[in-house]
Design a protein around this ligand. Structure first.
Ligand code: DGJ
Length: 755
């Protein structure tokens, strides 16, 4: 099906009360209705005669009809009957697509300025529109992409003549997915400077307050905890003011009906394709409606727009599901796998990373020892983590000095990589390009390259400063050093880390009236460098990381097909982290490794088998000293890898159904991956805590074809899809932290069906 955007014009007659005369007047208005249709969703908006762009409807698919009655332009619900504040009340109740500050809409605005006279009011009216096949790129920003027949785009060109601004609202609707993306481009078409104080990316004025708000919050080592609460009057939401999307909140939220669960109810998901400060808010208004907004955080933000200049707000992805939170997640996964993650199809070798194995304490011999044993266990790549450069023996030096630490890497990098390659392993390397240590040659040479405020003390965090990536010469220098390293040996993977938040946010290169642009200019600088890196080294697999999972966002996924999800590698903690992450990000993107026990972060000991089953729901690898782990664990690695290779196409490309919820029930967790054609399923069960005197648990599978028969490939037992889904599958496990996976293949055998 082609996604459709239709324009219809409707002549409407309605009555408006006019304050001065205390009389009623009848207006005839020509309303343009734009209807965006995807597979099972409709989004409608209207341009009124005076140019206001009003929101009409967002939800389950509606066959083409005149929806303008939903605007309620002819209703008069107020008492006393005559509304004495006609225009202002109108503005404060009209559902708007892109609300401005200052003309009577007291809900959260998307656009706010300071003009040449110091005024903050703005008011945009639509002048014209464009509808075309395909999807535009966003200048300098990551965004979802689509070939022409897969998406259709509507652009509404609006203007504020008084401020001299053109504001283009960009909507793209996808063909086979219930997805709309939105962005905004603001251009100064006047003769005077304008300061943009906020340019959010999206507003949806829902006609109800009957929603729960779902957000992903946390901290270092416990990222993306799912929180759900009922909306109430006032404003509630999440944001980041740290310079990165952050451990504490993710640029995602969903509004779901109160009854919504994994399979039923409505879910509206919002995800910002951006990696810096963000703002996401749901506001319940006086009339019990909900305004949802999202975009770059306006906190400490200002952007000077000189005549002729444009500013583009990052894209928001909006997903609609009429069938619960599970379907919302699967739509995000499908969209991101096919239309955002450019490296999605890249081979993901099973890697071993030396961070938890050695921390800073390694040398060539140690790495080769690890590589040797890794190779014989079937591991495919060695990743050398932090500590190989400058004179870095701990986290207190050398960031910015991207040349080999000869004391550790005897014989140099090429020697090490060649030796690793000879063992049959690929080689990957760690960088933290955005940072500088005070104890580094770089900082001694260019102290002004760090983000700072002149003559103000600079705050250290993890013993490091943030480089001013808004500056071309800084990016150029760092990239030059990275290139030298990358060109010196056969490097096939990069882990790009980022380990601190921003303080004293100032650039010694920007004029005073552009200082507040630094937050965003920094992010654009990071994107520019990642773009260059991935274009120049297309064969390299890039994995993002930020002190664990502080930059797990769609912006980063555009450049790197996988992101390290958390520094917490404990299998039980990972159940929560990976469950929360899966709300909008596909498993193929979730960096997950088997580590040693007791776990370095929480001190828990779990079976090696369970660690393997949990890491399978991710990119799968190892983060341990293979030369020191128990023999039994080492012996289990080849079979784990064989399982990963066998199941990874299904896990990477299939549909994920969450069967358990460790946030609600911490006794067990479970999930199943089902092939798109329903011919295969991989079902995992993890028992967090064992129970005395209980028999098996019966777990109902999801996503199968009820009319197919499925064979348990281990036992040969055959079950009908309807039995597995409606009655369930019996799982018997003994003990804490135990787990099992069950693989089902479609079979045509009819006999001995088990129920
Ligand atoms: C934080 C990352 O999350 C870790 O995996 C590791 O790479 C360290 N940084 C190294 O400093």
């Amino acid at each position: 099906m082609n996604p459709q955007i239709t324009l219809t014009e409707h002549l409407k007659e309605y009555t408006r009360h006019v304050w001065q005369t205390n009389s009623e007047q009848t207006f005839t208005e020509n309303i343009k209705l734009f209807t965006l249709q995807s597979r099972s969703m409709t989004y409608a908006l209207a341009v009124l005669e005076d140019g206001y762009v009003a929101h009409v409807y967002y939800g389950k698919k509606i066959v083409a009809c005149d929806l303008t009655y939903l605007l309620r332009l002819d209703e008069n619900p107020w008492t006393p009957k005559v509304n004495r504040r006609d225009k202002a009340t109108f503005m404060d109740t009209l559902p708007l697509e892109y609300p401005c500050h200052g003309t009577g809409d007291y809900r959260e605005p998307c656009l706010m300025i300071t003009d040449k006279n110091g005024m903050s009011t703005c008011d945009i009216r639509c002048k014209s529109h464009k509808i075309y096949s395909g999807k535009p790129r966003l200048e300098g920003l990551p965004a979802t992409y689509a070939a022409e027949p897969q998406a259709t785009t509507l652009e509404l060109l609006c203007e504020d003549q008084h401020a001299g601004l053109e504001v283009v609202l960009i909507y793209t609707v996808f063909a086979d997915l219930d997805v709309i993306t939105r962005s905004v481009r603001v251009t100064n078409i006047g003769a005077e400077d304008v300061n943009l104080r906020r340019v959010l990316s999206v507003c949806v004025d829902f006609d109800s307050d009957k929603f729960d708000l779902i957000t992903l919050n946390g901290s270092w080592a416990r990222e993306r905890v799912v929180e759900r609460s009922k909306l109430h009057h006032g404003k509630q939401g999440v944001d980041s003011v740290k310079g990165e999307s952050s451990h504490q909140s993710n640029p995602f939220f969903a509004l779901v009906s109160h009854n919504a669960d994994e399979d039923t109810g409505e879910a509206y998901g919002f995800n910002l394709v951006y990696s810096g400060n963000f703002f996401a808010q749901a506001e319940v208004t006086q009339h019990k409606k909900t305004r949802a907004v999202m975009g770059i955080n306006h906190f400490d933000f200002n952007w000077l727009l000189e005549p002729g200049e444009s500013f583009t707000a990052p894209e928001v992805v909006m997903v609609y599901s009429a069938n619960g939170i599970g379907e919302m997640s699967r739509t995000f996964h499908d969209l991101y796998r096919a239309h955002l993650i450019r490296g999605q199809k890249k081979h993901r070798p099973v890697l071993i990373n030396n961070w938890e194995a050695t921390y800073f304490n390694f040398d060539t011999d140690k790495l080769l020892e690890i590589a040797k044993q890794a190779a014989s266990a079937g591991i495919e790549m060695l990743v050398m983590d932090d500590g190989w450069f400058g004179h870095r023996d701990s986290d207190n030096s050398s960031l910015g000095d991207w040349f080999v630490y000869e004391k550790k890497l005897r014989g140099g990098l090429k020697f090490l990589v060649d030796e690793v390659n000879k063992l049959g392993l690929k080689f990957g390397i760690w960088f933290e390009p955005e940072m500088v240590s005070p104890d580094s040659e770089l900082f001694k040479k260019h102290p002004d390259w760090a983000i700072q405020i002149e003559n103000r003390e600079m705050t250290l965090s993890r013993e490091q400063y943030v480089l001013d990536f808004s500056r071309q010469e800084v990016r150029e220098y760092i990239y030059g050093m990275m290139r030298k390293v990358l060109d010196s040996a056969n490097i096939e993977y990069i882990k790009w880390d980022m380990n601190r938040q921003f303080t004293e946010v100032g650039s010694l290169a920007l004029p005073a009236n552009r200082q507040r642009e630094l937050w965003h200019r920094y992010v654009l600088g990071v994107y520019e460098l990642m773009e260059r890196l991935t274009a120049d080294y297309p064969q390299i697999l890039l994995e993002n990381c930020s002190g664990g999972g502080a930059r797990f966002d769609p912006g980063m996924l555009y450049y790197s097909p996988q992101i390290w999800a958390s520094d917490d590698t404990d299998a039980i903690e990972r159940l929560k982290i990976q469950h929360g992450t899966s709300l909008c990000y596909p498993v193929s993107a979730i960096g997950a490794h088997v580590s040693d026990c007791p776990n370095h972060t929480v001190g828990r000991t779990t079976p090696f088998k369970t660690r393997g089953h949990v890491a399978l729901v991710g990119t799968f690898g190892y983060e341990l000293d293979i030369t020191r782990i128990p023999e039994a664990d080492k012996a289990a690695i080849p079979a784990q890898i064989a399982d990963y290779k066998k199941y990874s196409p299904l896990i990477r490309d299939g549909d994920q159904y969450r069967l358990g919820n460790v946030f609600a029930d911490n006794l067990w967790d479970s999930w199943v991956f089902v092939a798109k054609d329903k011919s295969e399923a991989l079902f995992t069960f993890v028992q967090v805590l064992g129970r005395p005197n209980y028999r098996s648990r019966r777990i109902k599978l999801k996503g199968l074809n009820p009319d197919y028969n499925y064979k348990n490939t281990k036992t040969g037992e055959v079950y009908s899809g309807s039995a597995l889904m409606n009655a369930g599958f019996n799982v018997t496990l003994h003990g804490d932290f135990t787990s099992e996976v069950f693989h089902f293949l479609r079979t045509y055998e009819q006999n001995d069906l088990q129920a």
